[in-house]
Design a protein. Structure first.
Ligand code: ZN
Length: 256
């Protein structure tokens, strides 16, 4: 592997030459914001089992279990703020170097960091809102958290008494078709693909960078650990996402 500076320069040139950049982010971009990766040990997922969407719909006790987990999770993450990696992606968009931002994260930190909702595709939905599964009424998650904290662990819609659920894609729930199509289109039409903080272990996530590669894009990977697709990337960083992106944006602005 080339030195950090050599790889920074390679990446910088790729970004400068690119006409259309798509970024793709996973849990790794948010760990520095204090959002636990559900795969990491010691976290909330060790204390709670995964409740599938089917169980949520059919079992009162499973639904209460689900909401107890969410209540604890919201307590853990309510103070999370975008980190330098999120801010750098917002800066990239501002200087016209980011066309599409696909994320597997449900923390809403890209919006909070300053990227516009128009370019963000949330493949797994968002934890920032909750919807009624019957009538579609929407609440900010803070409203529902307030009800959970008061002991209402099976919150129902005040209009139709339907089940309320965070606007995330749960286990056993289908990925939103339209968002998936848009993500693949963003991968197929970019000339540079920036992958940040995903181990690319699960499908369909892993097939998105593969699609960019197939369509002829160059790829930059920034992830703490090896991924099964490192061989398709032109430049691979194992450094902190915030350090790499911060430095890249700084260099970009200096050379502009
Ligand atoms: Zn309703």
């Amino acid at each position: 592997m080339e030195s950090f500076n050599e790889r920074l320069n390679l990446a910088l040139n790729l970004i400068k030459e690119a006409k259309r950049i798509t970024a793709f982010t996973g849990a790794g971009i948010s760990t520095e914001s204090g959002i636990p990766d559900f795969r990491s040990p010691g976290g909330i997922w060790d204390r709670y089992r995964i409740v599938t969407f089917q169980e949520f719909l059919t079992s009162n006790s499973a639904r209460k279990e689900y909401w107890a987990m969410k209540r604890d999770l919201f307590r853990e993450i309510e103070s999370a703020k975008p980190n330098r990696a999120h801010l750098a992606l917002a800066e990239l968009e501002k200087i016209g170097k980011l066309n599409c931002l696909i994320t597997q994260n449900i923390d809403g930190l890209h919006q909070e960091g300053g990227n516009s909702s128009d370019i963000i595709i949330e493949l797994h939905g968002t934890n920032r809102r909750a919807n009624c599964l019957e009538c579609g009424k929407t609440w900010p998650i803070e409203d529902i958290q307030a009800r959970l904290e008061k002991g209402d662990l099976d919150p129902r819609c005040d209009v139709c008494n339907g089940f309320i659920k965070p606007a995330t894609v749960s286990f056993g729930q289908a990925m939103p078709v339209e968002d998936m199509l848009r993500a693949f289109q963003c991968a197929a039409t970019c000339d540079l693909f920036l992958m940040i903080g995903s181990s690319l272990q699960v499908e369909p996530a892993a097939s998105i960078p593969r699609e960019a590669h197939r369509a002829g894009a160059k790829l930059i990977f920034i992830n703490r650990t090896e991924t099964p697709l490192d061989f398709i990337a032109t430049v691979v960083f194992r450094e902190n996402a915030s350090d790499v992106l911060d430095e890249l944006v700084k260099l970009l602005k200096q050379s502009a």
